[in-house]
Design a protein around this ligand. Structure first.
Ligand code: C5P
Length: 213
């Protein structure tokens, strides 16, 4: 029996006060398509999801989380039982240093929020990967190939899927998108103008073929 695939999806929300949060434009579509496709291939699937409007694909066990720290805790709990981890979530790199429990009021002047870095969940897994396949995503505004290759190496990944923020800043919500995949052997493949559903199949084919070597 093949071990389950763990997929993360969606944004995280970092609370400022009970009303407000820091987040990003991720819709979760990519991760949900990957989870759906892995399930269609007969794999057990655990989907750890930040807040989205999407329905969990049938037969997939979804664990809903809000913040990066909650996502980290859920991922680390499930990691040991999985054979492959696909981190499609757009994890917030920062959280507010001090969350407050009452609404922050206007005081007729500016407000400075102090941010601290969130832990890099994927990099943490990469340090203890124990034969598992690790797949990361990278959304870039600068040198796509260079930045993605660097992340592949520093996070000890087997595969990275990089895409560029679209011309209208819409990479997150565009249904058709183009990606560059780089594997741990340095093989590169550019895939242009495909739906996220089509890309999910291609990414899974590649990821699940990497369990040797
Ligand atoms: O460094 P960057 O945020 O571009 O890396 C993207 C990859 O790392 C994604 O797969 C994302 O899910 C993961 N990540 C993470 N923890 C963070 C930030 C990103 O696991 N705090």
């Amino acid at each position: 029996m093949k071990r389950p695939v763990l997929v993360t999806a969606g944004p995280t929300r970092e609370k400022i006060d009970p009303i407000r949060f820091i987040s990003n434009y991720s819709t979760g579509t990519f991760g949900y398509e990957i989870a759906r496709e892995a399930k269609a291939r007969g794999r057990g699937v655990i989907l750890i999801s930040g807040p989205t409007c999407l329905e969990a694909p049938r037969g997939v066990r979804r664990i809903s989380v809000e913040s990066a720290l909650e996502m980290k805790q859920a991922v680390e709990k499930e990691f040991k039982n999985c054979g492959c981890v696909i981190m499609a979530a757009a994890v917030s790199d920062w959280r507010v240093k001090t969350q407050v429990s009452t609404k922050i009021k206007r005081r007729g002047k500016g407000k400075v929020l102090e941010l601290v870095e969130n832990p890099d969940i994927l990099a943490g897994l990469g340090r203890h990967k124990a034969g598992k396949i690790l797949v990361g995503f990278a959304l870039e505004t600068g040198d796509l190939e260079k930045n993605a290759a660097k992340k592949l190496k520093t996070k000890h990944l087997d595969l990275i899927v990089a895409n560029r923020l679209g011309k209208k800043g819409r990479a997150f919500s565009d249904n058709k998108t183009s990606v560059l995949m780089i594997d741990k052997f340095g093989n590169k493949r550019a895939i242009n103008n495909k739906t996220k559903k089509e890309l999910a199949k291609i990414i899974l084919d590649k990821a699940l073929s990497l369990n040797i070597g």
